[in-house]
Design a protein around this ligand. Structure first.
Ligand SMILES: Cc1cc2nc3c(=O)[nH]c(=O)nc-3n(C[C@H](O)[C@H](O)[C@H](O)COP(=O)(O)OP(=O)(O)OC[C@H]3O[C@@H](n4cnc5c(N)ncnc54)[C@H](O)[C@@H]3O)c2cc1C
Length: 394
């Protein structure tokens, strides 16, 4: 049996960050992963360019049963701290939009930086190891060896995107140690529909349009305005991904297909200016023609020119387009989800160190914890901040 001060299971974003900071404190660190290479999610993230943080990362962009839990780690290791690390490695990056920072070249820059820093503090890696058993205080048995440590960090992420080795291992370990797990669900994955809505979506498949989605029934209604992408089975694109983090089964979504204007007043203005086209043609000035056509076919099939359309009917149609209430049958699911919502109950953990209160020496960090960020670099920032926090304590 080989002994270490710290064993980290999961050599992804949070695990590598924790390894670096524990190593800098002189701890002997072993990182175990069942994958044969490091940080696979980092490499595929941000379309291959890794949206590694967000300049505006703050607790309000995270979903958790305890919304205050992430405050401490985020304030002690904020985006600026990670940016300084990136700058220290001369990695070129840019802000794409809304504070989202991406690598100019590729996500591999971030992974190389983390690997280099791990090497500098002599972190040991055991890759391609299946963990068979963990016993209290702590012995970790894998299919290839037996290791012991005084601090055990679980950084195995959530089960979303299993094609890159994601698993629910962390939740199993939590339950083994009697640590509560908040029910989990795939998130940042968009929506699917069934029934009559499907025909509309498949006719619009591939079309993208800026919309505002509001999760109406959630206890705190929240809205996002970005591009909506229609797919064969439902809705995707940044705005749908964001909404899928907050949506709960059975709830409706309200979509404003023409955000930022009073649509009815705009139509009346067109009428005043003598626009004699049919409603679908007029609407096509504000959205792709195919979308205008399909919406009219479904909800306003009149062929009258605009001046002859009764205002009452037009008002009802405008109201529908600006508060289009639809009920998804579900979200797309783990195969496409960027994150897993829910996870290890934050009430079980110290917000300063990520240590399990009732099991000193056991830590949970990163996505496995019930802290889930919006789309836009927030999830990596949580991985860095929580990994750093545990790295100061293990
Ligand atoms: C396609 C995609 C794109 C994304 N893009 C972004 C983005 O641009 N910006 C952003 O902020 N977030 C993004 N995310 C989310 C982000 O990747 C995760 O939130 C983040 O990687 C979580 O870090 P983590 O260290 O907790 O888990 P992970 O990075 O998932 O690391 C977990 C590690 O644990 C290992 N592991 C799992 N199970 C076991 C086991 N049983 N035994 C041993 N090892 C195990 C895995 O192999 C993996 O190496 C994206 C996610 C996906 C799927």
């Amino acid at each position: 049996m080989t002994s270490y001060d710290v064993i980290i299971i999961g050599a992804g974003a949070a695990g590598l960050m924790c390894a670096i900071h524990a190593g800098r404190r002189g701890r002997r660190v072993l990182a175990i992963d069942h994958a044969t290479s490091l940080g696979k999610k980092i490499l595929i993230s941000g379309g291959g360019r890794c949206n590694f943080t967000n300049l505006g990362a703050a607790p309000a962009q995270y979903v958790s049963v305890n919304p205050h839990f992430c405050k401490s780690a985020l304030s002690r290791f904020p985006p600026q701290s990670f940016i300084e690390m990136v700058q220290g490695h001369q990695i070129p990056f840019h802000e794409k939009k809304l504070g989202q920072l991406f690598c100019d070249r590729s996500a591999n820059d971030i992974l190389s930086m983390l690997r280099t820093e791990c090497e500098q503090v002599q972190v040991t890696f055991e890759l391609g190891h299946e963990v068979k058993n963990i016993s209290a205080k702590f012995q970790v048995e894998t299919d290839k060896g037996l290791f012991s440590c005084s601090s055990l960090v679980i950084a195995t992420g959530g089960p979303s995107f299993p094609s890159v080795g994601a698993s629910d291992f962390g939740f199993t370990v939590a339950r083994q140690f009697g640590v509560n797990v908040i029910p989990t669900a795939p998130a940042l994955d968009g929506f699917v529909f069934h029934g009559s809505d499907i025909s509309l979506f498949s006719n619009l498949s591939g079309l993208s349009h800026e919309c505002e989605i509001t999760c109406v029934n959630s206890s705190h209604p929240i809205s996002f305005r970005e591009n909506l992408l229609f797919t064969h089975k439902g809705l995707s694109g940044p705005v749908a991904l964001q909404a899928s983090l907050y949506w709960r089964q059975g709830e409706a979504l309200s979509i404003n297909l023409v955000p930022g204007i009073d649509l009815f007043a705009w139509f009346l203005g067109q009428k005043k200016r003598g626009n004699c086209a049919m409603v679908k043609t007029v609407l096509g000035q504000l959205m792709p023609n195919r979308l205008a056509e399909q919406l009219c076919l479904r909800y306003f099939p009149t062929l009258l020119p605009l001046p002859q359309v009764p205002e009452k009917e037009l008002a009802v149609f405008c109201q529908l387009l600006q508060d289009w209430q639809i009920s998804p049958s579900g979200t797309v699911g783990n195969s496409k989800a960027e994150v897993t919502r829910g996870g290890v109950d934050t009430n079980e953990l110290s917000s300063k160190t990520m240590e399990v209160k009732k099991h000193p020496g056991l830590y949970f960090i990163g996505e496995v914890v019930d802290v889930t960020g919006q789309l836009g670099g927030y999830n990596f920032q949580w991985a860095w901040s929580s990994g750093w926090a545990a790295g100061q304590s293990v």
